[in-house]
Design a protein around this ligand. Structure first.
Ligand code: SF4
Length: 182
């Protein structure tokens, strides 16, 4: 069934892969860039620019959420000592999916989802559980890394010269502990 999907987008690379997959499934896509986790602010704007470039290539409308890193820190910062993938990330996923759900409720969409599952290091079950607990069937469960999703996204990013970051996003991953993104 063709649906109007609101897609939470974390960066240009992931947008390229996920939007192409959703369009191949026959859906129409509207993007929502909401990532207060990204640090520093210059990096936030670099990733936003890359998403805008992907939106031009793929022809989708893009909404931009508020960047409030201090508010995000008040939620996730208490788990800064934990490794990537632990509670800090769960809170981070929840914050971004929840805000996307709020945007979904105010728009004209059939369902919403997130690009976050495309990352090889990202736990798709956890992300899908968070989305479904928040929004039930309004959240479209997906795992965009399947069917070589991440590899295809990287190929598009290279072809379109999209910025490819070498860390997940927050200050505690800045030293490049996510080497698959290089
Ligand atoms: S490592 Fe990535 S997902 Fe985890 S808290 Fe930092 S920015 Fe969020």
């Amino acid at each position: 069934m063709r649906m109007r999907i609101l897609l939470h987008i974390c960066c240009g690379v992931c947008a390229a892969g996920a939007v192409q997959e959703l369009k191949a499934q026959g859906h129409s896509v509207t993007g929502f860039f909401y990532n207060p986790n990204i640090y520093p602010e210059e990096e936030y704007h670099r990733r936003l620019g890359s998403v805008q470039k992907a939106a031009e290539q793929l022809g989708f409308e893009l909404y931009i959420g508020k960047y409030d890193h201090n508010e995000w820190l008040s939620l996730a910062g208490k788990f800064k000592e934990e490794p990537e993938g632990a509670r800090r990330c769960e809170i981070c996923f929840h914050a971004r999916i929840k805000r996307t759900y709020e945007h979904f409720l105010n728009g004209d969409f059939d369902a919403f989802t997130t690009t976050l599952t495309i990352g090889p290091m990202k736990n798709a079950s956890l992300i899908n559980d968070i989305g479904s607990r928040l929004a039930g069937n309004s959240f479209l469960q997906a795992d965009f890394k399947k069917k070589d999703g991440f590899k295809k996204a990287m190929e598009l990013a290279r072809a379109w010269e999209l910025y490819r970051q070498n860390y997940c996003g927050c200050e505690w991953t800045r030293d490049g502990v996510t080497p698959h993104l290089k």
